[in-house]
Design a protein around this ligand. Structure first.
Ligand code: 13P
Length: 251
């Protein structure tokens, strides 16, 4: 039985003041006990959020980590070991904004995934196709290649402690959500690709859906057999909306 996970990716948003307000809202939420909840603030705000959510059930993660796990000479980057030290438990790797805007390759993403695990952080591996790729019928090919980048490099054993997030690029921040059926089809293909290596491990991996998830569409999405929760962008910046999405995962 996979425990649902709802994750809020705050992206490059927030000031100390707005983050304090969001923390206050999160602390007052009624959250379902059977759902794991995590927020991913900018690395600048990780310390503030870890302190603010102390004694709350909500975990904190980072949005990215360096390819090398340990501290060193790499200006501007943050090592997974530093994130762990700061109180993070998870880290996103391979978000489409980083792949597409910053040119992160599958190879770089695999190194970040390994760096996270080497430090005991749970990596959340993000996958997803662009609109052009979907329209060209390449969705499964793209997602298979992205997942394969980690699978071939690190092996199926790496997925015992990892989460996968399917986020179609065309659904991110656009208000366009993949239909529950469209999302389920890709989630099932992801699980099948993992199952071809080891069925038991594949069965235990949580696969989140992301892309314009709101309280109104969350119930249907989370009701699909291979959708184990969500990775929420815009809607996670509103504590009440985020709480409603968390409750939808518990239904
Ligand atoms: P939105 O929920 O704003 O579409 O963002 C999804 C996302 O990219 C989460 O990582």
């Amino acid at each position: 039985m996979r425990r649902p996970l709802v994750a809020g990716n705050w992206k490059m948003h927030g000031t100390r003041a707005s983050v304090a307000e969001l923390i206050e809202g999160l602390r007052h939420l009624q959250l379902p006990g059977d759902v794991e909840v995590v927020v991913f603030p900018s690395s600048l705000h990780v310390g503030q959020v870890v302190a603010g959510l102390e004694s709350s059930v909500i975990a904190v993660g980072a949005q990215d980590c360096a390819v090398d796990p340990m501290p060193g000479a790499l200006t501007g980057e943050v090592a997974a070991s530093q994130l762990l030290d700061a109180g993070c438990a998870l880290v996103l790797v391979g978000h489409s904004e980083r792949r597409l805007i910053l040119g992160e390759s599958d190879a770089v993403v695999a190194r970040k995934f390994a760096a996270a695990q080497a430090c005991g952080l749970l990596p959340v591996l993000c996958l997803g196709e662009t609109l052009a790729q979907r329209e060209a019928g390449q969705t499964l090919e793209v997602v298979t290649r992205q997942l394969g980048g980690v699978l071939e490099e690190l092996g199926i054993g790496a997925f015992v402690s990892a989460v996968v997030a399917y986020e179609p690029v065309w659904a991110i921040g656009t208000g366009l959500t993949a239909s529950a059926q469209q999302a389920q089809e890709v989630h099932a293909a992801i699980r099948q690709q993992l199952a071809a290596e080891n069925a038991e491990i594949a069965c235990g991996v949580r696969i989140l859906y992301g892309g314009s998830v709101k309280a109104v569409n969350a119930v249907e999405l989370f009701g699909m057999p291979d959708i184990d929760g969500g990775l929420i962008g815009g809607a996670s910046l509103n504590a009440d909306e985020f709480g409603a999405i968390c409750r939808a995962a518990g239904n």
